[in-house]
Design a protein. Structure first.
Length: 80
């Protein structure tokens, strides 16, 4: 995993925007094509954030979040 700092200005963007920016910056080569769309965002304690919520309403300045990818939310033992 990598730690990236994303400046959110006044925080008026949605949580989904923050997740997408993180993926694009992390996967600079394919801009997220390899990783796929973000499946969610969680706090350190595991609390999932609503992707439609506004950043400034849910996060304080300097907050750490984790972007969930498809393998993070796959059902254990679930086949295709």
């Amino acid at each position: 995993s990598a730690s990236l700092q994303v400046s959110c200005g006044d925080g008026g963007q949605r949580i989904a925007w923050l997740a997408n920016v993180g993926i694009i910056r992390y996967d600079d080569k394919t801009k997220g094509l390899e990783l796929g769309a973000p499946q969610g965002v969680r706090l350190e304690d595991g609390t999932r954030l609503n992707m439609e919520d506004v950043v400034c309403a849910q996060l304080s300045d300097g907050a750490d979040v984790w972007v969930l990818l498809k393998e993070d939310v796959a059902e254990p033992g679930g086949g295709a």
